[in-house]
Design a protein around this ligand. Structure first.
Ligand code: FES
Length: 65
């Protein structure tokens, strides 16, 4: 990952209601957490206002990558 990508990951918000950045999810996925329900349980993403409608597809895409 380039330094530029790292900066973007630490700015880009994936879960807006909990203000969780892309980088935080990336770290979690890289540590071996690859189940969407587990990611949601750990971070609270999907349990906020959007109920996963907004962040869910973004997280699914990250897991595919
Ligand atoms: S954006 Fe936060 S729960 Fe979906």
């Amino acid at each position: 990952m380039t330094p530029k990508e790292q900066v973007i990951d630490n700015i880009k918000v994936v879960c807006q209601c909990r203000n969780i950045k892309k980088g935080a999810f990336k770290k979690l996925i890289e540590s071996g957490v690859t189940d969407l329900n587990e990611i949601s349980r750990i971070t609270g993403a999907g349990a906020g206002q959007c109920k996963g409608k907004r962040c869910g597809p973004r997280l699914e895409k990250m897991l595919e990558e």
